[in-house]
Design a protein around this ligand. Sequence first.
Ligand SMILES: NC(=O)c1ccc[n+]([C@@H]2O[C@H](COP(=O)([O-])OP(=O)(O)OC[C@H]3O[C@@H](n4cnc5c(N)ncnc54)[C@H](OP(=O)(O)O)[C@@H]3O)[C@@H](O)[C@H]2O)c1
Length: 377
Amino acid sequence: MTDSQKRTVLITGASRGLGRALARALAHEGWNLIIDARGAQALEEAASELTALTRVEAIPGDVTDATHRRTLAEAAGRLGGLDALVNNAGVLGPSPQPGLLDYPLDALEEVYRANTLAPLAVIQAAKEQLKPGACILNITSDAAAEPYEGWGGYGSSKAALEQMSNVLAAENPALRVYRVDPGDMRTRMQGEAFPGEDISDRPLPEESVPGLIRLLTGDLPSGRYEARNLPASGDGTDDGREVRELRLVLTVEDFDRAATFYREGLELPIVEQWSSQEGRGLVLDAGRATLELLDETHAEHVDRIEAGRKTPGPVRLAFEVLDVGATAASLEGQGAVAEKETVQTPWGHLNRRLRTPDGLQLTLFQPAAQPSGTEVA
Ligand SMILES: NC(=O)c1ccc[n+]([C@@H]2O[C@H](COP(=O)([O-])OP(=O)(O)OC[C@H]3O[C@@H](n4cnc5c(N)ncnc54)[C@H](OP(=O)(O)O)[C@@H]3O)[C@@H](O)[C@H]2O)c1
């Protein structure tokens, strides 16, 4: 699929927190991304992670700045228009938050400029780029509706954004316009709102993402939604049980060797990596995942074809590749050992069984019809 055939979303404020989590999830689904944030370095870091997955236009700037908004709209034009626009960027205002009787009005103006006027201004700037049936998602808050003490500045800025979204939906029935409360999330903004408090009990922003994706990709009517509490569809297809990814988690003895083996041997892009005193981790994008279940008899049958013997253990990795021979050579260069020469299987694949340096059984397979320089034994 070319970039212009893919869906495109503009997400403001995607260098961290909810915006980054949503951008990552949509990148995995193959959307083109246009993202921004004021801090160029954090945005660049986010972009370098996401670029491994999809096309990303990362444009540093402030949504309150008209020139920046025009640049965002131009990027949308370059990508063939927007399927979705997510107004996520927002600010809390002074912390700790003052009561309304003492709220400095110049600070309140800044909060309104970022949380209320800028989202509308981004929509106005990009309106020519919205494709028919496009979706606008404005991130609001429960503070828009509840009279929490100290939340009058931020809360009223979000309340105004809610009503703007409401009217926008009425004025533009061809668009889906959602105002969405993401729920409390463990992000920098939440930390600023409760300075000095332990916020580790708040859910990660990733937990609000499935609801946002359901709004972006579904057909729920315009309106106000809570991201973690969307109505059930009734047809059982999107009630939250739909599996979005199969992830295989390997515990490895030599982390660097294993990382190099899979990343370089198979050219797998990095989705996420971390390192702390609790240890290191790495998530690699390995394409589509499926779960194959075999009874013991059939597992042994496959072992004998591919490896010439029954191999131990209940888990075997398998990767569909374009060229079994070239990929096997690359992995063998990283320390894999062939169990047997490449075989043509009775089910019409070219398969090669390898043993990884960690001792896992790994099958490379290629539908036989594809071109290959592989010698078939
Ligand atoms: N966290 C919560 O519990 C919670 C609850 C309800 C609603 N929300 C809403 O959820 C949204 C995301 O919040 P979050 O918790 O993920 O916040 P966050 O961690 O502070 O992230 C905010 C993002 O927006 C960017 N941003 C802020 N002001 C901007 C501006 N003027 N122009 C461009 N980018 C800007 C930030 O980067 P820079 O600072 O570098 O610009 C950052 O990328 C916000 O609309 C917030 O009001 C959050």
